[in-house]
Design a protein around this ligand. Structure first.
Ligand SMILES: Cc1ncc(COP(=O)(O)O)c(C=O)c1O
Length: 453
């Protein structure tokens, strides 16, 4: 066995050990583990250390300080765990080390990602033939889609963005849901739309864009809707809004970072009409439970996406569906392969079962929490449970007490200007015992906080 094989075997051994213990790991590292991170504060070595020792340091000081987001009781940020088959595929990809820009640079990557793209359109029931780019994140996918949208809207107005740039270009109006995710706001900002140019579409009590109060739309409008509001899991009423927006000539983009996966399950009706949009983003690394970082930008007009993101050069000519022309990256790893592996091993039934199970867990948890004296602030249409206690101080204290107990982790939020916390059920590892443990920890923390007050 040579040094490389020894090192890779050791990495596999340590990785397997980590995964075997994932169920018992604290969802958030304790103070001792965090203090142990000081081991990394060493000077840049003049002469390199050996690989086995470097791996040992990473595991011994690093593993205890990981957030167990790959575990069963991590309920933060709609972060899914990593399905074994998808993680295993990624492990093989590391050995392949492909630069998956074009068919020529990696025939196998281009082939598998082509299949993954077609399956994705099928399972999400989006227009077949759309362009699909496998990028790093929903944020990057939104930048890709909105850049495509702006270029297309300007072209319709007779403006050649590639040649003439933005200076002097006709103004594009951006309309965002008042509850748009910060990732969408970031994408808009990065593309050069200032907050003064952005118009907020008012939302109803559930956080959905209200069709009755929709700002005026025209053929130079970029309208961003959402499938899965991050706090409530709600869906904008696509069937009421998109046909109207299309008649006005607007481009409609949908942020479906996690919620678009409802479409692959019996919750499909929640997304009714979303397929009429022009572009969509979703993540593999959230609800599909693929490893980081893998996300998808989908554009109905495949040519528009391929032209907006084109990076063909004299030395790198490629086909319309080359991933380097559908994503922000040129050199890239084939992120679609983990998505392919997840879809191939789960199948349609497996994806549906996972999504439906998480929603059922969320709904049952909401009922238990209401019974225990919590206020559940949303309708729990999906996998998000938005919770508040009797007062703001108690809301903050209860969340902290559960995290300190090591039973679970979930994020803090603000809902209608007041503190709340949000429990997202999205890990394939989460089972009934984990849900029971979460409910028990919350109930106990609420009792303890109430007794103290
Ligand atoms: C609704 C929504 N949109 C966008 C994003 C951003 O996704 P990503 O982290 O993949 O960029 C998230 C989550 O982080 C989200 O929940």
């Amino acid at each position: 066995m040579n040094d490389e094989q020894r090192l890779m075997d050791e990495a596999d051994r340590r990785a397997s050990g980590y995964l075997q213990g994932i169920g018992g790991r604290r969802p958030y590292p304790g103070p001792e583990a965090l203090a142990g991170l000081a081991a990394f504060d060493e000077p840049l070595p003049q002469q390199g250390h050996d690989g086995l020792g470097t791996l040992a340091l990473l595991d011994q000081a690093g593993s205890p300080a990981t957030v167990a987001s790959n575990g069963p009781r991590y309920f933060g940020f709609v972060i899914g765990a990593a399905l074994p088959a998808a993680a295993a595929a990624d492990r093989l990809l590391l050995a392949w080390d492909q630069a998956a820009s074009t068919f020529d640079s990696s025939p196998v990557s281009a082939t598998v990602e082509r299949v993954a793209a077609a399956w994705l359109l099928e399972i999400l029931d989006l227009p077949r033939g759309s362009g699909v780019g496998f990028g790093t994140s929903a944020t990057a996918g939104t930048v890709a889609c909105l850049a495509t949208a702006r270029r297309a809207l300007l072209a319709r107005a007779g403006w050649d963005l590639d040649r003439d740039g933005l200076a002097g270009a006709p103004a594009i109006k951006v309309v965002l849901s008042a509850t748009a995710h910060i990732a969408v706001r970031k994408a808009v900002r990065v593309l050069g739309f200032g907050s003064a140019q952005v118009i907020e579409a008012p939302v109803d009590a559930f956080g959905r864009v209200d069709p009755q109060r929709l700002p005026a739309l025209d053929d130079r409008t970029l309208l961003c809707l959402q499938a899965g509001e991050v706090n409530t899991g709600e869906f904008d009423p696509f069937s009421d809004i998109i046909p109207h927006a299309k008649r006005a000539g607007a481009w409609v983009h949908v942020d479906g970072a996690f919620g678009l996966w409802a479409r692959a399950s019996s919750l499909h009706p929640l997304t009714a009409g979303v397929d009429a949009a022009d572009s969509w983003t979703t993540d593999g690394h959230k609800w599909l439970n693929t490893p980081y970082d893998g996300a998808v930008a989908v554009c109905r007009d495949a040519d528009a996406l391929a032209q907006a993101l084109n990076s063909d050069a004299a030395y790198a000519q490629s086909s319309r569906d080359a991933q380097k022309n559908l994503t922000l990256e040129f050199s890239r790893r084939p992120r679609g392969i983990a998505i392919w592996a997840a879809l191939r091993t789960l199948g349609r039934d497996g994806v549906a079962a996972m999504v439906e199970q998480h929603c059922a867990y969320a709904s049952a948890l909401a009922q238990t929490l209401r019974g225990a004296g919590f206020e559940v602030l949303n309708r729990v249409v999906l996998n998000q449970v938005l919770v508040r206690c009797a007062d703001d101080a108690q809301t903050v204290a209860v969340r902290q007490a559960v995290i300190d107990s090591g039973a679970a982790w979930f994020g803090a939020s603000l809902w209608q200007g007041r503190p709340a916390f949000r429990i997202s059920v999205s890990s394939w590892r989460t089972g009934p015992a984990d849900m029971a443990q979460l409910a028990a920890a919350l109930t106990q923390a609420l009792r303890a906080c109430a007794a103290e007050q």
